[in-house]
Design a protein around this ligand. Structure first.
Ligand code: NDP
Length: 314
């Protein structure tokens, strides 16, 4: 194996990773950042970002991430393509394997690996993967212009995806398992005002059908209750928007995680239970999951990494 030693290694390139890279570079930690599976993170799959402070007219997810990356590069961050495939955090320097080949030894590690979209777990989701099933409206919405699509979920993401698709598709069904939306009031209002979005409350998706790709969805209304009703709807595309799973897999053996897999940090800090190992952004945040909170925790992680190295005499 091919080993390299660094002072600060950052895994992940969402707002948390890039912000950590900006702060760590400015503190002369010479950070190396591996971008991970989705360079730029989840925001690159979003259209408008209206709530990131400093953009009175809003910006795009991709634009925001490009700006953050440029800012990190400007201060000297070494940004590389690649996925961390294994971790050995048994002793410092910690060892991270990249793509099963290269080993990076690091004095400080900032885990900013984010979270990944969840699926319902239906066999049909696999069967029709890339043939009408998607977890990213902004990536795939283009293919459904003037067509009929369904979005599953009742949170902000589902509403956002439904609204985006409503601007392209002729009709959008929003399939919600409860009798209410979990989304914020402003998103609920926007969905309510869209004339081509129909919300189907208390509907559970049980399957998909179609010859060459998705042609319809099978639903059950009030599943398991008296008077449950089976129905099928003709659709061309099926979009998942039911939340995310934290990308903490390779770190679970070494760090404390909650039952959903989110890395536990010490209250009010980005520190994990291992000295010199920090977690920032969605991988450690089951509560807020916002770009701005991810960026803030990336900043905390870099400052804590710097202080750790100073205390250690690094
Ligand atoms: P959430 O966890 O908030 O919502 C997930 C939704 O999916 C819920 O309605 C949930 O239903 C539903 N769901 C979960 N599992 C299933 C299932 N198996 N079958 C059917 N439905 C299911 O996730 P989001 O991704 O929407 O949002 C995550 C966070 O990001 C939130 O804090 C949100 O506010 C934030 N966000 C903010 C945005 C913005 O401000 N512009 C945009 C997008 C996200 P139930 O309610 O029944 O549990």
């Amino acid at each position: 194996m091919n080993n390299e030693r660094v002072r600060c290694l950052i895994i992940g390139s969402g707002p948390a990773g890039y912000t950590a890279a900006i702060y760590a570079s400015r503190a002369n930690l010479n950070p190396v950042l591996y971008e991970g599976i989705q360079p730029g993170g989840q925001l690159t799959t979003t259209t408008e970002v209206e709530n990131f402070p400093g953009y009175p007219e809003g910006t795009t997810g991709i634009g925001l991430m490009e700006d953050l990356k440029k800012q990190a590069v400007r201060f000297g961050a070494d940004i590389r393509a690649g996925i961390a495939t294994a971790a050995d955090l048994s002793a410092s320097p910690y060892q991270l394997t990249i793509e099963g080949e290269k080993v990076i030894e690091t004095e400080t590690l900032i885990i900013a690996t984010g979270a990944t979209a969840r699926y319902l777990g239906l066999a049909d989701e696999q069967k029709y993967a890339g043939m009408g099933v998607s977890a990213c409206a902004t990536c795939d919405g283009f293919f459904y212009r003037k067509k009929v699509v369904a979005v599953v979920g009742g949170g902000d993401t589902a509403c956002e995806e439904a609204l985006y698709l409503a601007s392209l598709a002729s009709k959008v069904y929003l399939i919600v398992r409860k009798d209410h939306l979990r989304a914020s009031k402003v998103m609920q209002q926007r969905v309510g005002e869209a004339t081509n979005i129909q919300i189907l409350f208390e509907h559970t998706t049980v399957g998909l059908f179609g010859e060459k790709g998705v042609e319809g969805v099978c639903l059950v209304k009030r599943k398991g209750e008296p008077g449950e009703e089976k129905l099928s709807l003709a659709i061309d595309g099926f979009f998942l928007a039911i939340g995310h799973t934290p990308n903490s897999g390779i770190f679970k053996e070494w760090l404390d995680t909650d039952e959903a897999g989110y890395i536990r940090t010490l209250p009010g800090t980005a520190s994990t239970r291992l000295p010199g190992v920090f977690a920032a952004g969605d991988v450690a945040d089951p509560h807020y999951r916002q770009a701005i909170t991810a960026a803030a925790s990336g900043c905390m992680a870099a400052i804590e990494a710097d202080r750790y190295l100073i205390t250690k005499g690094g």
